[in-house]
Design a protein around this ligand. Structure first.
Ligand code: NIG
Ligand code: FE
Length: 415
């Protein structure tokens, strides 16, 4: 199929974009893209491609923007229930950490998730997956982390595998049994950390080899924060995960800086996420490393907190910056990458072009998939979206409505 007459075809060609390179859209005016067998075969001006492929089925983009599907590299997609009550408390002045300390927060969702049958978990996550697709996300990372026992965390991995199998949203799994200290270990968190390292991580690897043979192992992630795991515990878990062959991610510096960003660099993590309270030295260390800095502007927005990731400082220092939703029931129930872009243009001071690159090719790098996702280049997966706008800058500029008209996943229209 030849998709033609895009007012602007954004290819995002040329690989992940570092520092001030961010925002290289590879824009082709009156552009076209040839899709065959689920892959991109060619991109170029409409006139050139129509002449070169005269017998191809045509799809007229009608003067709209065509670009790669969004990659959302940080979501907590699978959970049961909601925390609307906690949101109301926050509007009345209670803080997220106060609510968490009183047994709400992540542990409230852990209780609901442990009780839910697998089918219920899948059904609730499926609804969100379709909302993500309708908002232009074609691939998302998905974390466990609301089970916090060996069995319930594997059940969450199972839900992610089943949803990925079912499609069309492609899911890249992350094992986040270190999301919080489970209620059973509140008085002795270190015992849980030890169990995670000696029993749970090796068991996950084995489980994966029988349930998803041949597929790359999930990432392993840790919530490195005073209200969850300290720096030494985070290091212990991530070092063990690395020994076992897992790729690494970390939740660092969301509320306080414990040194998680620097730890990510030291261990060669694929990404370090949140980075709101990150000190300048750690920004510098991150920016010269291969670790992608993932900013999650829905989280401070969702908590009505004034501080956001210092994205300009990360770019000035030459870092790799990506954007994600952080979709979760506590701080950021948001499935929309267009909304993330709108926030990033305001609070992270990104231009629309920078935010688009951070939400596509760099987001693919944040899940280790920039070689096959995140841009429209020959040989890459045909994951693309059509925006019902004439100019890419409407992303960012407009917010609160959905600009996405059509979504193609692996060469098939799914929205
Ligand atoms: O990224 N970091 C922890 N996880 C989420 C919050 C999860 C929750 O409150 O359920 C976050 O903000
Ligand atoms: Fe998160």
């Amino acid at each position: 199929m030849l998709i033609h007459s895009a007012s602007q075809l954004l290819t995002l060609a040329g690989g992940p974009q570092r520092g001030h390179e961010l925002g290289r859209l590879g824009l082709i005016e009156d552009g076209a893209v040839l899709v065959r067998g689920g892959l991109i075969e060619a991109v170029g001006p409409s006139a050139v491609l129509r002449a070169a492929y005269p017998n191809e089925d045509l799809w007229d983009a009608g003067g709209r923007v065509v670009m790669p599907g969004f990659v959302d590299p940080h979501t907590h997609l699978v959970w049961a229930g909601d925390r609307a009550q906690e949101f109301e408390w926050r509007t009345q002045g209670k803080t997220y950490t106060e609510i968490a300390a009183a047994g709400g927060g992540i542990l409230a969702t852990v209780r609901a998730t442990r009780e839910a049958p697998l089918e219920t978990l899948i059904e609730q996550a499926r609804q969100r997956a379709w909302t993500m697709l309708r908002h232009g996300t074609t691939t998302a990372e998905a974390k466990t982390g609301y089970g916090l026992t060996p069995e319930s965390e594997l059940r969450l991995l199972e839900a992610i595998l089943q949803l990925n199998q079912e499609g069309p949203l492609e899911l890249v799994p992350t094992y986040l049994a270190a999301h919080d200290v489970p209620p059973e270990f509140r008085s002795d968190p270190q015992t849980y950390v030890d169990q995670l390292c000696t029993e749970m991580l090796p068991a996950v690897r084995q489980w994966w080899q029988t349930h998803a043979p041949g597929r790359p192992l999930p990432f392993v992630d840790v919530f490195c924060e005073r209200i969850a795991f300290d720096l030494a515990q985070s290091r212990q878990i991530l070092v063990r995960a690395r020994e076992l062959g897992f790729g690494l991610k970390i939740h660092a510096d969301e509320f306080e800086s414990l040194g998680g960003a620097r730890l990510a660099v030291e261990l060669g993590a694929t990404s370090a996420d949140h980075l709101v309270k990150t000190p300048p030295e750690d920004i510098q260390a991150l920016a010269v490393s291969g670790t992608v800095a993932v900013a999650l502007p829905c989280t401070p927005f969702g908590l009505a907190q004034p501080e956001y990731t210092p994205a300009r400082a990360i770019l000035d220092a030459g870092g790799l910056l990506a954007l994600a939703t952080d979709l979760n029931p506590g701080t950021a129930w948001c499935e929309s990458m267009p909304f993330v872009i709108a926030l990033a243009c305001r609070y992270l001071k990104l231009t629309p072009a920078e935010a688009i690159a951070a939400a596509t090719i760099n987001a693919a790098a944040a899940i280790g998939a920039a070689d096959r996702l995140g841009s429209l280049e020959p040989g890459k997966q045909a994951d693309l979206i059509v925006l019902d706008v004439p100019d890419y800058r409407h992303l960012g500029y407009r917010f609160g409505t959905n600009p996405v008209l059509r979504v193609m996943k692996r060469g098939r229209w799914v929205v």
